[in-house]
Design a protein. Structure first.
Length: 320
């Protein structure tokens, strides 16, 4: 009787990956973009990121210990990653009090109110970002710090417009958008750094290609059609691919394990939906950047996608 086997429900897959190792891998992939933001925005980028990370970790510890009455697990790096991603969605000259408020919403509302890691239906960093966008529209969409010129200044940094806010097309050099040197949030000023991070994530198998590629391909196709229809009214496809938070969202935020579909087919549908909604908001909406809203909307549809698009269970024979 001592040799009886214990049978547990599926899944039975076993691997070496842990939450900490996966979160750490994403943080490593974000390192190039962080270094670029430090180069272009200097002290503002450092302060905003540190305030965001420390606030997220602190709020998660406090909520877990004193409200949920559970053992805090801040060492799994999930709160650190949320803090970095939130900072990457903010301008470098934003007030630290606004950053702290965004961190409280991201962790307290976007994550812990649903039970913590693995149970949140929406990406916490985007919840914080969108809440700040609605609550502090002037600070979030006003004048953005100018790269290089503003790196030794913080709250009173020299400001200018971001590529996605220009009313006339062709004002921004695409190479500057690719290498950096344009206004914007911390994590959207250098497409090359984000692409390098994405390649690292795919090579290390932390994420798969399905979501980023489906998002970018959808945006490329639709914006190409629009541009060919009227190039005087619509920006070029490369302008849309390199500008705003498209790459940051497609590579690092839409691919969140908890809020994205499980199957490959589901991920493709999910990515297509994000790309489509982003283009609709950008081209025909009143807001020049729609990535955050598109991801949150598709986060809400993830349970439906998982329900109707899923692999055949082991042992089940398909019938025509």
């Amino acid at each position: 009787m001592s040799n009886l086997l214990t049978i547990s429900p599926s899944p039975h897959a076993k691997g070496k990956d842990t939450v900490k190792s996966l979160m750490g891998g994403v943080l490593i992939a974000l390192a190039p973009a962080f270094l670029v933001s430090l180069y272009f925005f200097g002290i503002g980028a450092l302060i905003t990121t540190l305030v965001s990370v420390i606030s997220c970790v602190l709020f998660e510890w406090l909520i877990t210990k004193f409200i949920l009455k559970q053992t805090p697990h801040i060492c799994d790096l999930s709160a650190v990653l949320t803090g970095v991603l939130l900072a990457f969605n903010l301008p470098s000259n934003i007030s630290p009090f606004i950053v702290m408020f965004g961190a409280l919403i991201a962790i307290g509302v976007g994550k812990m109110s649903f039970g913590g890691l693995g149970q949140n239906p929406f990406n916490p960093a985007l919840v914080g970002r969108v809440f700040l966008l609605i609550s502090f529209p002037v600070q979030m969409t006003g004048a953005w710090p100018k790269p290089i010129e503003a790196r030794w200044q913080y709250l009173d940094a020299v400001t200018g417009a971001t590529p996605m806010s220009y009313s006339e097309l062709g004002k921004v050099n695409l190479m500057d958008m690719f290498l950096g040197g344009v206004g914007g949030s911390l994590g959207e000023v250098a497409a090359l750094a984000l692409i390098l991070g994405g390649v690292y994530l795919i090579v290390k198998r932390i994420i798969t290609w399905h979501i980023p590629v489906s998002i970018l391909l959808t945006v490329l196709i639709i914006t190409s059609i629009a541009y060919l229809t009227d190039p005087t009214k619509f920006a070029s496809p490369l302008y849309h691919l390199l500008g705003g938070g498209l790459l940051l969202g497609a590579i690092f935020m839409a691919t969140d394990y908890v809020t994205s579909p499980m199957s490959s087919t589901g991920k493709l549908i999910y990515g297509f939906g994000i790309g489509l909604l982003t283009v609709i908001i950008r081209l025909w909406g009143s807001y020049p950047e729609g990535m955050s809203f598109a991801i949150l909307i598709m986060n809400a549809l993830t349970p439906i996608i998982n329900k109707y698009v899923k692999p055949t269970r082991f042992g089940v024979v398909k019938t025509k």
